[in-house]
Write a protein that binds this ligand. Sequence first.
Ligand SMILES: CC(C)(COP(=O)(O)OP(=O)(O)OC[C@H]1O[C@@H](n2cnc3c(N)ncnc32)[C@H](O)[C@@H]1OP(=O)(O)O)[C@@H](O)C(=O)NCCC(=O)NCCSC(=O)C[C@H](O)C(=O)O
Ligand SMILES: [Mg+2]
Length: 285
Amino acid sequence: MPRDAHPYRSVLYLPASKERALAKARTLAADAIIFDLEDAVAPDAKDAARATLKAALDEGGFGARRRIVRINASDTPWHADDLAAAAEMQCDAVLLPKVGAPQDILDAAAALPGRAIWAMIETAAGVLNAAAIAGAHPALEGFVLGTNDLAKELGARPHPDRLPMMTALQTALLAARMGGLVVVDGVYNAFKDDDGLRRECEQGRDLGFDGKTLIHPAQLDITNAVFAPSADDISLAERQIAAFDEATAAGQGVAVVDGRIVENLHVEQARATLAKARAIEALVG
Ligand SMILES: CC(C)(COP(=O)(O)OP(=O)(O)OC[C@H]1O[C@@H](n2cnc3c(N)ncnc32)[C@H](O)[C@@H]1OP(=O)(O)O)[C@@H](O)C(=O)NCCC(=O)NCCSC(=O)C[C@H](O)C(=O)O
Ligand SMILES: [Mg+2]
């Protein structure tokens, strides 16, 4: 389980250059916001976007939403200025794109002392080195899957079941879990297709992702609902814990709920479900 107990059901990208989107984000039901200086900002708008973002973060108003700043990659002309600016920004973490090796994390940690770091896993090197990246430095707190860049590099075509992506998704997930990191699924590009979004959220949730990255506010409600424990999940967790407590009091090592056995590990999962539900409740009120 991740070291960070904050919910990351919905993680919304917004272009750091867009003042209206920055203002809107203060009102949206996103668990976290990625303020993007990378792909969503045109090359000639990078300097202005940095200044606009710094002013918006200084102004505040983002509440409990985690503020994550995505900077440009280390092989771009904007990286050094982004790092220097991010070090001064009022944010919770800095997200590095196209991380390919543990050294990328070490370099960023040295440039951003005391700052949490997140990594985009979106290249073949990033996927194949995911385990080493996950353990590179204690400042690393999360992985974000970059499924658009991955599809580009792999030459993969979009499939509704994401079969061409599955090895990459699961390799990143395994590495994140090994390292105690938050891990958030890639974006669903067709932001007006609610059914497709719901299917992909459910698939990501069932694989084990903590949440999904989003590109438009219209994607928030479905994503928040899918990645939250349902009423049935909560009821089952409560009944599992109660049945196990009763069984233990009677000197038994296992209980049975709804015809399925409940062992200590299931009770741990049940407690995690209830803790997640409480964390979401505390966030949304
Ligand atoms: C996709 C968009 C370009 C659509 O923008 P727009 O046409 O302005 O949408 P709407 O008119 O429907 O907007 C309605 C209002 O909502 C605000 N808005 C829109 N998008 C966002 C947002 N992402 N965050 C906050 N607020 C948003 C608009 O300002 C309108 O507000 P108002 O006028 O006050 O009512 C646009 O949604 C967009 O730019 N999305 C983000 C795109 C992005 O960040 N892309 C980069 C990340 S994806 C990626 O790179 C993943 C990864 O790296 C990979 O490789 O896969
Ligand atoms: Mg990308």
